[in-house]
Design a protein around this ligand. Structure first.
Ligand code: NAD
Length: 365
């Protein structure tokens, strides 16, 4: 079956890593039909918007996309294309696998954690009141009327909405993911002892959902303790499910545990579409230099293969990438012990090495 995929090269170094990724995905033998859709700063100049409707229409049609990073210029008023895509398509689950690969420089070994972050609610919902706004007084009056403390007049306020609906769908997503990928344990991470009506609700829903998945162990953890546990014994954790803010912070912490941005893949998944992209940004200072590491986007492509059920191809691609990383020869500057190592290869040569390694593995099998 040919898989139609919306292919968004992005801007900055995005098109270079996207092209390297496309070549590796094609070399797995899985047939793809790419609907190439440009978005980002260059498109803003040509089409007046960095995210033309055609990109969203394509994603709604194919339900599947892979994307290079897109720059969010500071101070121009153009909002993040990445946030707009997640909001418009209700991509409520942010998936961030963090796995150790021998050869990636890191303080830890043997980590294989998947973070499932709720992407639409919590303090990131964008419901805010500026200091001095007349609403602050009204909300303060409401607090007093409900027997709670008044707000200081010079308060700024960000609301933290967490709904039963939002909590249920993300926790279900985490358990379904765990079941589909042979995972053993889901840990719900909250601060439910302090924020009883938001994190407490999230946890109560998590307990209910867990009861429907008796084959998977369920564990609860307070977020402060989780931070310490991840630093001390990360190898004990499997799938974590978290509200938006904790998910954002702990996914970067976990990426750091396994070697950082160069190898950190991600996906934003909803009922309408699934969009796979590296965690890192567009690294604009290296644009056009065939220099940056394409592996985070390639690992995102591997997640796409898993998502569409092409497990054998995903496995082949992962083994080839793991070997190239372990050998440490055909890797970019950021993966060398010395960043100025003259033997570092460029973006497209990493793709060549992985494609050759997949061929070698096929012959060996
Ligand atoms: P960045 O991730 O682009 O860069 C951070 C550092 O990591 C830089 O030193 C960069 O050179 C390095 N780096 C990043 N990717 C690399 C790679 N593949 N190989 C080697 N080194 C790499 O973050 P930033 O500088 O904060 O952001 C640049 C732009 O990217 C901003 O406009 C930001 O808004 C955007 N951004 C986009 C996304 C996305 O599209 N999802 C995510 C994050 C940031």
């Amino acid at each position: 079956m040919v898989h139609e995929v919306t292919f968004i090269p992005g801007d900055g170094t995005g098109p270079e890593i996207a092209e390297a990724t496309r070549r590796v995905l094609e070399a797995t033998g899985v047939p793809f039909q790419w609907d190439v859709q440009h978005a980002g700063v260059d498109i803003m100049e040509k089409e007046g918007t960095p995210l033309p409707n055609r990109v969203l229409e394509s994603l709604r049609r194919t339900k599947l996309g892979i994307k290079g990073p897109i720059t969010t210029p500071i101070g121009t008023g153009f909002r993040s294309v990445n946030v707009a895509l997640r909001k418009t398509l209700d991509l409520y689950a942010c998936l961030r696998p963090c796995k150790s690969y021998p050869g990636v420089r890191s303080r830890y070994q043997g980590i294989d954690i998947v973070l499932v972050r709720e992407n639409t609610e919590d303090l990131y919902a964008g419901i805010e009141f500026e200091k001095g706004s007349p609403y602050i007084r009204q909300i303060s009056d409401l607090c007093v009327a409900s027997g709670q403390q008044a707000l200081r007049e010079d308060t700024g306020l960000s609301l933290k909405p967490i709904s039963e609906f939002g909590a249920r769908r993300i926790v279900k997503f985490a358990f379904e993911y765990a079941r589909a990928h042979g995972r053993k344990k889901v840990t719900a991470v909250t601060k439910a002892n302090i924020m009883k009506y938001t994190d407490g609700l999230f946890l109560a829903v998590a307990r209910q959902v867990a009861a429907d998945y008796r084959d998977i162990q369920f564990e609860e953890m307070l977020v402060d303790n989780m931070c310490m546990q991840l630093v001390q014994k990360p190898e004990l954790y499997d799938v974590l499910v978290l509200p938006n803010l904790y998910g954002d912070i702990l996914s970067d912490l976990s990426a750091g545990l396994v070697g950082g941005l160069g190898v950190a893949p991600g996906a934003n998944i909803g009922d309408q579409a699934a969009l796979f992209e590296p965690v890192h940004g567009s690294a604009p200072k290296y644009t056009g230099q065939n220099k940056v590491n394409p592996m985070a986007m390639m690992f995102s492509g591997m997640l796409l293969l898993q998502h569409i059920g092409e497990t054998a191809a995903a496995g082949l691609m992962e083994r080839a990438m793991a070997e190239v990383i372990r050998e440490g020869k055909s890797v970019t500057y950021d993966m060398k012990p010395d960043r100025n190592d003259p033997t570092a290869v460029g973006t497209s040569q990493v793709a060549d090495a992985i494609i050759a390694k997949m061929e070698e593995l096929r012959v060996r099998a």
